[in-house]
Design a protein. Sequence first.
Length: 206
Amino acid sequence: MTEVSELISNLVGMHEQFIGQFPEFGVFIDLMLLILLVFLYSLFVWKLHRFIATKNFLGEYFDKLVHSQNEFTTKLIYLVEYLIISPFLIFFWFLIFSIFITLLTDITETQTLLIIATITVAIIRMTSYYNEDISQEISKILPFTLLAISITNPEFFSIERVLSRLETIPLIFNEMLFYLLFIIILEAVLRFFGFLFSLFGLEESD
């Protein structure tokens, strides 16, 4: 985490140095940085909301791959998906989302930020096992609602606030383990009950 902190400190220093040399362009540069941040967040949500809201991450291709293998290989592939691939993909979405809301919102308490990210991901994953259409709507509405609330805050337009928030990102890595484990355990429970429901023909039809 020391390397991350140093990188962030260097970025903040570079910004201050550049603005100091070209103060007449300061407002323009800061505005473009804010626009870029909102753009990247919107792109992240739009591109990945279907992915995080999908019950089976790897989709039809994975199912075809599994069915073309023998019984031992099939079990091995499922084991790799459940123990490695799914936790990694959930971790990636959870981490990036946590960083974005750290930069976009005015919430200073790291634990509160992680709780918001955990609740959002947990709700999306739970509804994906019930109905993926509902889950996809939630995966768009919740993140974009957070963005809308942030934009209405006058302090949102302060690039100094965003840069100061960069320095809190290493705290996310230090404190996220519990919340990540919670989501992974929740996913395992959902998969277990999903298997039981499919076994007895109780799955929600689209």
